[in-house]
Design a binder for this molecule. Sequence first.
Ligand code: SF4
Length: 358
Amino acid sequence: MSTLCPKKDDLKDPATKKADRLKTLSSLLQEEKAFRKEQVCLAIFRTPVKRYSEITTLSKKLRDSIIDALGDEILSLHVSKTHNVEQACKYLFELSDQNRIEAVRMEFQGDHTSLCISSQVGCLCQCSFCSTGKIGYQRNLSADEIVDQPLFFAKNDLPFRNVAFMGMGEPFLNPNLFDALHILTSPKYMGLSERRLTLSTVGIPEGIARLTREFPQISLTLSLHSPFNEERNELVPFNKKYPIEELFELLEEHLVKTNKKTYIAYMIIPGKNDTLAHVQKLTSLLERKKLQHLFLVNLIRYNPPLDALSPSVQNEKKSLFAFKDLLEKRNIHVTIRQSFGSEIGAACGQLAAEYPRK
Ligand code: SF4
């Protein structure tokens, strides 16, 4: 695991100064009364204030010492571009070392708004259908850089209900993930309900086990895409390290401990992973130990990179609905995930933050 999973000490980027916002504030405010830190955290996480110099509840001296240590801007990222279509807006964020990530805000029917956020610049996993994988791994995001994506939307009056870690990167390969989850959900900081968060993974056992222990109410999605190891090795190369049977053992433990619906993401690639044999094998995986009612299969439309040829929309739809019907006949809970923004490269598997593909 050590070669695959960078450690905190590997973060030698200029963002490091911003990476320890709460730690820096704690040491700056240690001589102050306890409520000072609460005042600062309130301003950072619960108000539209964007600069430390605007926190007028603090003395000028204190504000200046915070600015000396952290700079005036509260957020560790800024928007350099947005792309908008009817129900999706893609945000290209630039980080303090000029690396780039993307996040997407989607509006579903009935005022339901979701964010899709990133956990890494690029990705190690190299899933064959994914544009992020094609840019390679650049670096992990710090906890602040993860938190600052939803915080950006909150501070800019762009409300959201749910936050999904389905953007760039494999969240469980980032050692800063759990610090970020703590800041996002702690009532002392951003205070989002765990139930509003979803984490999507190719299947990293240590990460799944820790999420089950520490954040049992956060929803988990396993990106499966094929029930056959040989085929999944091609689509999701990390499968060679953690094969399907091992992952489903772990998912069973997760279901027993959390009694919470767990999602299986399945991107339909017409003519490849949508046969009757796939339906039968997938059903047999989900039927294990009678926990079937807690699994929900999320079928996803294949979204090719913007510059690639797409299979005909007609074929895709036929394939999606036929696969759904066959699963439903076997009493598997299944939905088709609404997919927005494919025309602006904002849909599942398309985020590349303008990096060239290798
Ligand atoms: S699908 Fe997710 S895990 Fe796979 S390469 Fe893309 S970002 Fe990484």
